[in-house]
Write a protein that binds this ligand. Structure first.
Ligand SMILES: Nc1nc2c(ncn2[C@@H]2O[C@H](COP(=O)(O)OP(=O)(O)OP(=O)(O)O)[C@@H](O)[C@H]2O)c(=O)[nH]1
Ligand SMILES: [Mg+2]
Length: 630
């Protein structure tokens, strides 16, 4: 159980005096019990804490912590939550799969009752990857790793975690064209160093440790020459370079190399779905070639000891670690940027229509689902205007439950301003077919169903279509829709249909131009991350876990401070204590009733609280320092 929680406020201001002295605690509680300390020390040994470089000298701090090493220091691999990596080249094809272009055998016994294909994903060979920290200790760019696909974050769950039931049933070659999951990480800042100027004839040269360089940024850029997300099947990890470490003679480290993720126009960048499959937020919509967005800014470089020189401390033996670069998994989704989308039931003649009105040559055949991937065509008009038209795979009744190709490609129509609804006039009940497809569109997205559309009644060259036409037109007219009739094969009536679609598209464009507001800020994600990175240190929350009797102090400013503290340098522990005091953590803990021996977590650091005795002397402070400072 966690209770109570308080936020810091200006009331907890810096108080240089001993907190223990301010606290009306009984004497028996505040005396140091050496035996108890020894036990705590034993606990430190178990945690394999590295020995301090030297003891902190002096100081008369009344309230002290015994610090345990940050969790990053442990080189124990993540056992509960390893990253599982799957090599695409090693994936065994499902038993009855004949090839990417061919259909799977629906009668296969391995097909389950929901109609999914019988892929046995458990049979894929899994590679246990190290933790990220293992990786980062090596080079920032590792070509080999770029060849590895990582799905989800492993654990005991299926490696395809995060994909919906429907996606599992779609052959990978189709799935990966317009959807990809990638990992991006901004570069860590370089570490600052402790150095002193040593030169002949320059006695007491002073501190000269330079600052670390800033980590590289992650950018996302629209590349007009790309038309699919296929390259992301090969490259999944994008890591910007780490900033260089500082050097002596006040030399600062070099800035880390930036990384640019190139995406095709029409890419939507989303935060990857979390563990519970909760869809992440849309971060960016990149439409125009050349657009560039700063996604993740690199971590700040740590300061060297030259930056810590003050009038009070002219020989600071302290330097900071570089700030860790932010990282995240992203989902990329490509939505075609077409003005008009052709939708309809399978075999209605959508592809034939596209081939007639444009130079595109999509596959046309007399069986359903000839079109497996969207086709694009550019339609030119006499008056020098062009329009991009997308022919989409056919929609069946029940597509939202996964029948046919389902809604797999309907997202491409979200960008279209107008739809052409193609109806097979020669089918038994064109009206029913029309209603079923409209319903599927509504089920997919109400906004899509609200888009203006043109109804084209096709195959008028066939007598069945001529028979159906009158009743179909009457039915639609009763709903205030004026359908067009045409024959795609004979190119009759097609011009009227596409001109009507063009008129509608123009109207929509004009309306949206009026409603358009100024330029879009593409760097808002980076701004958000930066805001988080610079959040003040005195904004924190304290919660108490009564089961384990542990106090948790959380706050992004404090966490960043802990991460950037380099425990190797002897002044770091003193500064750490001082900052906790100054930002009000100690005061708040005392107010909430922290007791001798309680565990306090500050970010990743585990500490033990000690009430200082009234007669606290240097010896006790030294012992604390020797035991715990890393
Ligand atoms: N008689 C006649 N046949 C047509 C007409 N338009 C298309 N067809 C035929 O209908 C069949 C299907 O045409 P497609 O263009 O492949 O139909 P589709 O809607 O793209 O089908 P899917 O891609 O499977 O969804 C082909 O055999 C075409 O020749 C037409 O106006 N008249
Ligand atoms: Mg087709």
């Amino acid at each position: 159980m966690v209770s109570p929680t308080i936020s810091s406020s200006s009331a907890f201001c810096f108080c240089p005096q001993s907190l223990a002295r301010n606290r009306p605690a009984p004497k028996t509680n505040i005396s140091i019990n050496p035996k108890k300390k020894t036990n705590q020390n034993r606990k430190l040994n178990i945690k394999d804490a590295p020995a301090p470089s030297s003891a902190v000298q002096g100081g008369g701090e009344a309230t002290t912590y015994t610090s345990l090493p940050p969790k990053d220091d442990f080189s124990v691999p993540l056992q509960n939550n390893p990253i599982r990596e799957v090599k695409l080249s090693d994936l065994k094809p499902p038993k009855k799969q004949k090839g990417f272009g061919e259909r799977l055998d629906f009668d296969d016994k391995s097909e389950d009752e929901n109609g999914k294909f019988g892929f046995d994903y458990e049979k894929f060979e899994l590679y246990e990857g190290g933790s990220d920290s293992d990786y980062e200790s090596g080079d920032d760019f590792d070509d080999e790793d770029d060849e590895i696909l990582v799905f989800g974050d492993g654990g005991d769950e299926n490696v395809f975690e995060g994909m919906t039931e429907k996606e599992k049933g779609v052959p990978a070659v189709m799935r990966c064209f317009d959807r990809a999951k990638i990992y991006v990480k901004a570069g860590d800042g370089g570490n600052g160093v402790v150095a002193f100027r040593r030169e002949k004839f320059v006695p007491l040269g002073g501190p000269s440790g330079g600052d670390g360089g800033r980590g590289g940024n992650v950018y996302v850029e629209v590349d007009g020459s790309m038309n699919s997300l296929l390259p992301f099947r090969q490259s999944v990890h994008f890591r910007a370079g780490r900033g260089g470490h500082g050097h002596g003679r006040k030399q600062n480290g070099a800035k880390g190399e930036d990384v640019v993720v190139k995406v095709p126009p029409g890419t939507v960048v989303k935060e990857a779905a979390g563990k519970g499959g909760v869809q992440g937020d849309v971060l960016l919509e990149l439409l125009q070639p050349g657009q560039r967005a700063l996604l993740l800014p690199g971590g700040r470089g740590g300061r060297g000891n030259a930056s810590f020189k003050t009038g009070m401390n002219k020989v600071p033996k302290i330097a900071e670690n570089g700030e860790k670069g932010p990282e995240m998994w992203l989902e990329l989704e490509l939505k075609l940027v077409a003005d008009v989308g052709i939708v309809g039931a399978p075999n209605a003649g959508k592809s034939t229509f596209l081939s007639v009105i444009s130079a595109a040559q999509p596959a046309v055949a007399n069986y359903p689902f000839t079109t497996l991937l969207p086709n694009l065509g550019v339609v030119s008009f006499d008056y020098d205007a062009t329009m991009v038209v997308a022919d989409l795979p056919g929609l069946l009744e029940g597509a939202h439950r996964g029948f046919g190709l389902g809604h797999e490609f309907l997202r491409h129509t979200e960008r279209c301003s107008v739809l052409v609804h193609m109806v097979d006039g020669s089918s038994e009940q064109p009206e029913y077919e029309f209603d079923a497809v409209r319903l599927e569109l509504e089920m997919f997205s109400p906004e899509l169903a609200e888009k203006p559309y043109v109804v084209a009644f096709n195959k008028m060259d066939l007598p069945e279509a001529c028979e159906n036409w009158i009743s179909f037109r009457e039915k639609l007219r009763s709903c205030e829709i004026e359908p067009f009739c045409m024959s795609a094969v004979k190119s009759e009536g097609t011009q009227e249909v596409i001109c009507a679609a063009h008129r509608l598209a123009k109207e929509v464009r004009e309306v949206s131009k009026e409603g358009a507001t100024g330029s879009v800020n593409l760097n808002h994600v980076a701004d958000m991350v930066q805001k988080q990175q610079t959040s003040p240190i005195n904004e924190f929350e304290i919660s108490h876990d009564s089961d384990s009797n542990a106090w948790h102090v959380t706050g992004s400013g404090l966490q960043r401070f802990v991460q950037m503290t380099n425990w190797r340098y002897i002044d770091s522990a003193k500064r750490f204590q001082h900052v906790l005091e100054a930002c009000g953590v100690n005061k708040s803990l005392i107010r909430l009733g922290v007791k001798e021996g309680d565990t306090v977590f500050v970010g990743d650091m585990e500490l033990v609280w000690h009430d200082a005795p009234d007669n606290a002397g240097p010896s006790s402070v030294r012992r604390w320092a020797e035991d715990s400072v890393k």
